[in-house]
Design a protein around this ligand. Structure first.
Ligand SMILES: Cc1cc2nc3c(=O)[nH]c(=O)nc-3n(C[C@H](O)[C@H](O)[C@H](O)COP(=O)(O)OP(=O)(O)OC[C@H]3O[C@@H](n4cnc5c(N)ncnc54)[C@H](O)[C@@H]3O)c2cc1C
Length: 470
């Protein structure tokens, strides 16, 4: 039975129509819905380290995802109202304009997003409009956890084992058949603000071209899991550095909710039924559980995940040497394995998981820089930026997160030998070192002086800013 005439559905990091509980419930309970997306200018300002919170790769992926959502809704007979401004002000205005009785949205986790939710709820309450929020970003539902979220174990393995033992992943919600919206929503046109008009230039060397949106996200799942049959080897390839298929590359679509983790889970289960079930198929789920874990840990610890002392409240000495930081950020440390990864990030908006761990460890452990600068830099550039995954991974590497091991030090020479023993990754990203053959590309500063001169070491490519004993 339809209880309401109209419900406004505010889309946030849930840019899809499959597995969308808020959307399904709104459609079930009301005659019409008003789907809205609001670009929030606060997420596009400059940060204290002088880079925008959202750099072009991410803006472009977001824009494409929102436009794709609009097309998905249009294909179901409706339309998406796109606008910009502060959601806590814009949504109540729209709710009044369209005479809605209820506003539905996805519950977010972190400090700023929560502040927006609270302000929105207050403003709507004053206008006599009710709100309902839905938990829909994780594999395990918040309400199904075998412990109160405030008691989320501080050790990942404990969390994972308890969830695997006691929690069933809920089935995903089907795509709605039709999305009826008030006719006036079709008349609204979106004037894109200047700060959204960006162009990210694609570098031919990128591992993969990320196209935002639910359609592209589902296509990637189909290609990676089914067409190219990569899932069966995921565990063996996931630490790779080059190419499209060493890992799933699902992260940007997961970050904006273009695909849901439950959708991926169901695809993995179908693959296990129809093709093969092995350690690799399990491992993709295992990684999705890490993703969940950081969301619940972030919920448990609130604003602490953004603080220097982290959740361990451990005070350490961190330096804020701008020159060192700039060298790290621009890929000019003179340590090719660090520089290659940072250049990949700067030119594509993506970096492998291995690379992220290495450059983060180098910033924290070798340079002793304020880890939050690294996190802010990643936030700006990563096309898959996810508040919880980013900040909690950084906390972890910085040793102020929930890691039983105090010091997560990555030895760069060992890692280079292990993951790029032939130096192929270095030559792929560092033009200055393209002529250096084999593993020597990792330490050009050890080549005979005459060869160094030919290459321009110390001139075109810098000497290392840190001695790592190769
Ligand atoms: C310092 C640092 C910062 C990071 N920042 C982000 C971020 O902003 N957004 C983000 O999605 N991931 C982040 N990660 C985690 C991880 O590096 C990426 O999820 C992964 O590289 C994305 O590539 P993929 O989709 O091919 O991963 P796959 O190996 O195919 O993994 C599948 C999925 O599992 C999840 N996952 C895998 N590893 C992790 C992890 N360590 N933590 C949380 N989720 C994980 C991701 O959703 C990923 O898409 C960060 C890791 C580090 C060390």
């Amino acid at each position: 039975m339809k209880r309401y005439k109209r419900v406004l559905v505010w889309f946030r990091n849930d840019l899809r129509i499959h597995d969308h509980e808020a959307l399904c419930v709104a459609l079930e309970r009301s005659e019409e819905i008003v789907p809205v997306y609001c670009f929030d200018p606060r997420f596009f300002v400059d940060t204290e380290i002088g880079v925008p919170r959202t750099a072009p790769f991410r803006s472009q992926f977001l824009l494409a995802s929102v436009f794709d959502l609009q097309m998905q809704i249009q294909a179901k007979g409706g339309n998406l109202y796109m606008t910009d401004g502060l959601p806590e002000e814009v949504i109540p205005e729209l709710a009044l304009k369209y005479n809605v009785e209820h506003v539905f949205f996805s519950e977010e986790i972190t400090f700023e997003e929560k502040q927006v939710e609270n302000a929105l709820e207050q403003n709507l309450w004053k206008a006599g409009i009710k709100t309902a929020s839905f938990w829909q970003s994780t594999l395990f539902h918040l309400e199904d956890l075998p412990f109160p979220v405030a008691h989320t174990p501080e050790v990942f393995t404990k969390f994972r084992k308890e969830c695997e033992k006691f929690v069933d992943v809920r089935p995903s919600f089907p795509e709605p058949i039709a999305i009826p919206v008030p006719s006036a929503v079709f008349d609204e046109s979106f004037q894109m603000p200047e700060w959204l008009k960006v162009e990210a230039i694609v570098d031919e060397r990128c591992a993969i071209r990320f196209q935002g949106g639910e359609v592209a996200g589902k296509k990637r799942v189909q290609e990676y899991i089914w067409n190219r049959d990569r899932l069966k080897n995921y565990k063996d390839t996931r630490n790779g550095l080059l190419g499209e298929d060493y890992s799933s590359k699902f992260s940007p679509w997961l970050a904006l909710g273009c695909i849901s983790p439950r959708y991926i889970y169901e695809e993995v289960k179908a693959y296990e039924d129809k093709r093969v079930k092995n350690q690799s198929t399990y491992w993709l789920i295992f990684e999705l559980i890490w993703r969940d874990y950081f969301k619940f840990i972030a919920k448990k610890h609130g604003a602490k995940i953004f603080q220097l002392e982290g959740i361990k409240s451990k005070s350490e000495k961190w330096n804020r040497d701008r020159d060192l930081f700039d060298k790290w950020a621009s890929g000019l440390t003179g340590i090719p394995f660090i520089d290659a990864n940072m250049r990949e990030l700067n030119t594509t908006g993506f970096m492998s998981n291995r690379g992220r761990q290495l450059v983060a460890s180098f910033l924290v452990n070798d340079l002793g820089l304020d880890w939050r600068w690294g996190a802010l830099y990643f936030e700006s550039l990563l096309v898959d930026y996810d508040v919880c995954s980013n900040w909690c991974n950084w906390l972890y590497v910085a040793g102020v997160g929930n890691d039983p091991r105090e010091n997560r030090y990555f030895n760069i020479p060992n890692q280079a030998q292990r993951y790029d023993g032939e130096g192929a990754y270095i030559r792929h990203w560092i033009e200055e070192l393209q002529e250096v053959k084999g593993f020597a590309a990792h330490h050009p500063f050890l080549l005979p002086k005459s060869e160094q001169q030919k290459l321009g070491i110390g001139d075109k490519y810098p000497y290392p800013i840190k001695d790592l004993s190769w």
